[in-house]
Write a protein that binds this ligand. Structure first.
Ligand SMILES: [Zn+2]
Length: 230
């Protein structure tokens, strides 16, 4: 995690986290520092222990790069992380308080409080917070970008794409949809619980919840915003 900063070729277009490391007001700075640390740790775990480093490009951007190696067998989840870390395209990460989102051009916005709230909900039920952490949310939002979605290329994948990337299901759908179902494949490969539907449902018509499943058991996880501690 504390790898020394080194300068890499500016045409390398890895995961760009410049916006997360720029100076802003204290609140945003704490939020974004939390996001970048969690993102690196999660991507390392998801990719089978590969070392993720934060580096400076010659043109002044901050990017994440990977060692390209994973411990033991490399899962499809690891291959997807390597795709995002490769220089074939760019995903640019920013923090937000407005809900996590991904856009076709490669911009990904991560909502630290939303993610932290979900992680805490998962932990309360004895599930691994990696299931819905910063890394997994990043992978989800990346599938809303054309570059991220280009990892999936079967004829079935192409049929599921709209405008070159995947979209979440229409309002009211009970299904996980084209993005969550692919993230669930990664979760299964990592032995994590899967998210059974895209939309939140209301517990006693009050608390929005998400449904996860592991080993045949269902887990209703509260969906709420909890600001991460420093
Ligand atoms: Zn989505």
């Amino acid at each position: 995690m504390n790898n020394p900063t080194y300068f890499i070729d500016p045409n390398g277009e890895e995961i760009d986290v410049t916006d997360l490391t720029n100076n802003k007001d204290e609140d945003q700075q704490n939020r974004d520092a939390w996001l970048v640390v969690q993102l690196m740790a999660d991507l390392s775990r998801i990719s089978g222990g590969q070392e993720i480093s934060r580096s400076q490009t010659k043109d002044g951007r901050t990017v994440l790069t990977g060692s390209g190696k994973c411990d033991g067998d490399c899962s499809e989840a690891a291959a997807f992380v390597n795709h995002l870390l490769s220089d074939e395209g760019t995903v640019t990460v920013s923090g937000t308080n407005e809900g996590s989102e991904g856009f076709p051009g490669g911009q990904v916005y991560l909502d630290a409080s939303q993610i932290n709230g979900l992680q805490e909900g998962l932990e309360e039920q004895g599930l691994d917070p990696l299931t819905g952490g910063v890394g997994m949310t990043f992978l989800h939002e990346s599938l809303h970008t054309k570059f991220g979605a280009s990892f999936f290329n079967s004829s079935e994948d192409q049929k599921n794409k709209i405008g070159g990337r995947f979209k979440d299901p229409f309002q009211g759908s009970k299904r996980p949809g084209n993005v969550v179902s692919r993230i669930n494949q990664f979760r299964e490969q990592l032995g994590l619980a899967t998210r059974e539907r895209y939309f939140e449902e209301y517990d006693n018509k009050v608390n929005p919840t998400l449904l996860f499943k592991k080993d045949g058991n269902e887990y209703i996880i509260q969906s709420r915003n909890i600001k991460p501690k420093k």
